[in-house]
Design a protein around this ligand. Structure first.
Ligand SMILES: [Zn+2]
Ligand SMILES: [Zn+2]
Length: 380
């Protein structure tokens, strides 16, 4: 029997996307990435699924045998095997929340994989794509404090590692092709960079640390389990940006924080989740959340009251909320509606008759009740 052929590949970087790792090695051989994916998995369909999220065990076994890598390394390379700190994988599906879908899967979608131009430029001759660039809670580079980009700045098409092209004049693929836009060839390392604001840098650094360490602190909140933090900010971001009922709160905070974010409700669509939002909306939403977390829940409660945002608008019965958000929703915002029976009503009228020493009509009672109980309690 002929011995199995082994391919010598550069190992993946610790924070590298699976597709970036395969593409980078393919380019190094002068090969098209889909071709190397077929060789190492022994399957022509291997390049089609989203390998960054999940590597089918059959592919993993072939890759492990063909290149001599431990299967556990491959498992941890995928988000499915390494998402514990930001998402509770229930093992029922291979889906991982917060991971942004790849461009070609969505209709009319002009953005997808993010990148930091400074990181790519600093990688020298071995540029690669980092895992956190696919996560929706990241909008700025935690190392360089510059804003990430979620599309090619020249032709505005999504960045697609799966469809890398070689330079037209070249016979073979070149290792640095990975740093070029697959549509127009623009060198992404030459993107003009924009410094992130202090708030944006702070929330990105917090998100990056929580997702890599598994714990962290924001404002006055400490999280021993970072997935509870991510669950909460996911609910807040969904309400603020994705749900029509959150529009008033979004506009209120936009004004308060003097953000210039364009906001067209009709363009966001229905049942959209945070990972399907373009970078500008996620950036503004995260900056708003960062502001609310500084003195949680005070500013949040104030903003909800100012915009008549009630608990039942935010809390939906079929979604689970972590304790720190539920506490704010139920103990700080919820206003109980009270009703009185006829006996109680006449007692109240009697009480005010005596107190004010004049006859009052039942319809005037509401005004007095509000005056004596709400205003009074605020003064105390
Ligand atoms: Zn960077
Ligand atoms: Zn382009």
């Amino acid at each position: 029997m002929k011995p199995k052929r082994r391919y010598l590949l550069y190992p993946p970087f610790k924070d590298e996307l699976t597709t970036s790792w395969i593409a980078r090695n393919a380019l190094n051989f002068g090969m098209k990435p889909s071709q190397l994916a077929t060789l190492i998995t022994e399957n022509v369909e291997a390049w089609k699924p989203d390998l960054d999220v999940f590597i089918n065990p059959m592919f993993a076994k072939s890759i492990a045998t063909n290149i001599g890598i431990d299967q556990s390394v491959l498992y941890r390379l995928s988000f499915y095997g390494s998402c514990d700190y930001f998402y509770n994988q229930t093992e029922k599906t291979s889906q991982v929340k917060w991971v942004m879908p790849l461009g070609q899967k969505l209709k009319n979608k002009q953005f997808s994989l993010q990148y930091c131009p400074c990181c790519l430029a600093e990688d020298g001759k071995r540029p690669y794509f980092q895992k956190h660039w696919r996560l929706a809670f990241m909008t700025a580079c935690p190392y360089h404090s510059v804003q990430l980009h979620d599309r090619c700045p020249k032709c505005h098409n999504p960045i697609e590692l799966k469809r890398l092209q070689k330079n037209v004049e070249d016979v073979l693929y070149h290792p640095e092709d990975i740093a070029h836009c697959s549509k127009c060839g623009f060198d992404l390392r030459e993107t003009d960079y924009v410094l992130a604001s202090t708030d944006e840098s702070d929330i990105n650094r917090i998100n990056f640390l929580q997702s890599t360490l598994g714990y962290g602190q924001v404002g006055n909140l400490k999280f021993a389990y970072s997935n509870l933090y991510f669950e909460g900010i996911r609910r807040l971001l969904s309400f603020l940006v994705c749900r029509p009922k959150g529009e008033r709160l979004f506009m209120h905070l936009r004004h308060e924080l003097d953000l210039r974010q364009m906001y067209h409700r009709e363009l966001i669509g229905h049942n959209v989740e945070p990972e399907r939002l373009e970078i500008g909306l996620r950036r503004s939403g995260l900056v708003m959340i960062y502001h609310l977390l500084q003195d949680w829940p005070e500013s949040f409660v104030k903003a909800c009251k100012a915009t008549n945002t009630s608990t039942h608008m935010i809390k939906t019965p079929y979604l689970e909320f972590p304790y720190w958000v539920t506490d704010a929703l139920f103990f700080q915002i919820k206003q109980y509606k009270y009703s009185a029976c006829d006996d109680e009503k006449s007692n109240i009228v009697d009480f005010f008759d005596k107190r004010l020493k004049k006859k009052i009509k039942p319809e005037q009672v509401r005004r007095f009740v509000r005056y004596y109980f709400e205003e009074h309690s605020q003064r105390l």
